[in-house]
Design a protein around this ligand. Structure first.
Ligand code: PLP
Length: 375
């Protein structure tokens, strides 16, 4: 990616060198962790070391951590295993990983700042219907951090279970199961600078786990079948360990500088600016379609996105920004998300490119004004 200013960390982060080293070392381990011989035991040791590290970074017990193929599977597993016989209740801004796994869910609205309406959640749960609530810790499009502690208190008061999608929050704010106290947490390796293709569901000690989503050979204590990927687990652990030492204040200062530059060109910040991940800003440019902005910035060698990367290419407006009541702006916002290795020079490059793009689009080139918007 030489010459590209990469500001799309919420889609995926650059691989950390320590994670790459750990993955490569893991690939020279030959055994299957389920085998009883010495090679299998060596592989199991790598796997269990990784499990210990990740569980301890995120405040859980190693035996309660289930490796998955990523955040999507961790969310699906939580909903399958904890949601059986329960009403699904989800915030209006959940990721499609959650939305696609719940059928007939009740949706809890958010306010204009993108924060879930706790009064509405409380009123809903007060009916006593056994429920599984899914609430993300930080939103992937706006970076807005949700009041999970208060949601936990409500859920526990009314006997509901709470699954927290911490995929975007992990590595970019303190995320500890033992402090937040939900019933489960989903984490994804590639969102914190580890390899893609692995994630985890971390269960609270009191989480009732009804059934696995994938049966198979009884791996992961019968909670997720399939031969686990030793090398990726090692890389995930290395990334989680290193992410815990990132300078988040420096990241926030760079994000703020990028945001100030965009606002000076007419951009509007979407989402409560006081409660956000340090690396994320969601910037609407009135009158300019989000997809057009993304393409214009791409031509300037700046990588950003319009909403969630997973479904880029679909001609749809962000359900997150719509739920926030942003009207037409919902189709005119891009997400700028700084990676763990962002440098001040990247922000200068972004600021100059954004200014050029904003002027061009404001000049009203009709072919540029009506492009697709991506989710
Ligand atoms: N949850 C959130 C909030 C996300 O942003 C994403 C990916 O963008 C996922 C879940 C899915 O994670 P993965 O890409 O590891 O499947």
């Amino acid at each position: 990616m030489t010459g590209v200013c990469y500001l799309d960390a919420n889609a995926t982060q650059p691989l950390r060198p320590a994670a790459r080293d750990a993955v490569l070392a893991g690939f020279s381990v030959t055994g299957n962790p389920s085998s009883v011989h010495a090679a299998g035991r060596a592989a199991r040791r790598v796997m269990e070391d990784a499990r210990e590290v990740i569980a301890s970074v995120f405040g859980g017990r190693a035996q309660d951590l289930i490796f998955t193929s990523g955040g999507t599977e961790a969310d699906a597993l939580a909903i399958h295993a904890l949601g059986r016989g329960r009403r699904a209740v989800v915030s209006a801004i959940e990721h499609d990983a959650v939305r696609s796994a719940v059928e007939g869910a009740v949706t809890v609205p958010v306010d204009r700042g993108g924060i879930v309406d706790l009064d509405a959640l409380g009123a809903l749960l007060a009916d006593g219907v056994p429920s599984l609530v899914c609430l993300m810790l930080a939103n992937n499009e706006t970076g807005v951090v949700q009041p999970v502690e208060q949601a936990v208190a409500l859920c526990r008061r009314y006997g509901a279970l709470l699954h927290v999608d911490a995929v975007q929050a992990a590595g970019r704010m303190a995320v500890r199961l033992d402090r937040l106290n939900p019933h489960s947490l989903a984490i994804s390796s590639h969102k914190l600078g580890g390899p893609a293709g692995i994630g985890a569901l971390l269960l609270a000690p009191d989480a009732p786990f009804a059934a696995a989503l994938i049966g198979g050979g009884g791996q992961e204590r019968g909670r997720r079948g399939g031969t686990p990927t030793v090398a990726l687990a090692a890389g995930f652990a290395a990334a989680a360990r290193e992410a815990a030492t990132d300078d988040l204040a420096a990241l926030a200062a760079m994000r703020d500088a990028a945001e100030r530059a965009a606002v000076a060109c007419g951009a509007i910040v979407c989402g409560d600016p006081a409660r956000r991940l340090p690396n994320t800003t969601c910037l609407a440019l009135p009158g300019a379609a989000a997809g057009v902005q993304v393409i214009a910035l791409d031509l300037e060698k700046i990588a950003v996105s319009a909403g969630a990367a997973c479904s880029s290419g679909k001609v749809q407006t962000s359900h997150v920004l719509q739920a926030m009541g942003l009207g037409a702006l919902a189709g005119q916002a891009i997400r700028v998300s700084l990676p763990w290795n962002a440098a001040a020079a990247d922000i200068d490059v972004f600021a100059a490119a954004y200014a050029r793009v904003a002027v061009r689009l404001a000049a009203g080139n009709p072919t540029e004004k009506h492009g697709p918007t991506f989710r």
